[in-house]
Design a protein around this ligand. Structure first.
Ligand code: MD6
Ligand code: FE
Length: 217
């Protein structure tokens, strides 16, 4: 058998800018945060429970969501927006834990965005079958800041496209601890998540959790 080119080329398989300028796939970058995140999610969901929001068109989202930080992303019949209050509790969203901010800033820096200061973290919980259709993140006021997306629990297939909905998409498998960053010239690229497959994760059970950090205003 031929010797492998690298000691371990299985883990960090992607060259920088694999997805184009302004993107980064940081495999396993969030792994060291897993225990903290697991606890924090329990606390956050205790205050602002996961819920299936409704799209402006009246569809129930298959992904259950909550938020932490000063501004949370919400959707209902009135539209997509950021709100400082959880509409279900009438109270502010739970505070963003300092380690969340640190993880987001370290990730953004790694991808070339050292100034990133998110005020919101949208937390998505996927059950088997849950998916996110191809979309752009355009409810923020500041498109100079990147999106930082952190995956925990069950693996998923992330779809990353171009600036037009009709552009071809590439499939990126995302597993527990992976971080994706897109900003700058990549900020408006379409993305989505394929329907989650059944499985059991040792720490997160039958779900995938995704944290997306945003500078909303
Ligand atoms: C993900 N989520 O769950 C990526 N964008 O892996 C998103 O891209 C997203 O969940 C805008 C609004 C809600 C989302
Ligand atoms: Fe998005």
């Amino acid at each position: 058998m031929a010797a492998p080119l690298f000691e371990d080329d299985s883990k960090h398989a992607y060259p920088r800018d694999y997805l184009g300028p302004g993107t980064a796939i940081l495999e396993g970058f969030a792994l060291q945060y897993e225990a903290f995140i697991q606890n924090a999610l329990l606390e956050i969901a205790g205050q602002s429970p996961f819920r299936h929001m409704t799209t402006p068109g009246g569809f129930r989202m298959s992904v259950a969501m909550t938020n932490c930080g000063a501004l949370g992303w919400v959707t209902d019949r009135k539209g997509y927006r950021y709100d400082s209050l959880d509409p279900d509790t009438g109270s502010p969203w739970p505070a963003m834990p300092a380690l969340f901010l640190k993880l987001a800033q370290r990730s953004a820096s790694e991808a070339g965005f050292p100034e990133f200061v998110p005020e919101g973290c949208l937390i998505n919980r996927y059950e088997p079958g849950a998916k996110l259709s191809l979309h752009q993140d355009k409810d923020e006021l500041d498109f100079t800041a990147p999106i930082v997306s952190v995956s925990f629990g069950l693996p998923a297939m992330f779809l990353f496209g171009g600036d037009q909905r009709s552009d071809k998409t590439v499939r990126i498998p995302v597993v527990h601890g992976d971080v994706l960053v897109w900003g700058g010239p990549a900020r408006m690229r379409y993305h989505g998540v394929m329907p989650l497959k059944n499985g059991v994760h040792p720490l997160f059970g039958g779900h995938r959790y995704n944290l997306t950090f945003r500078k909303a205003r």
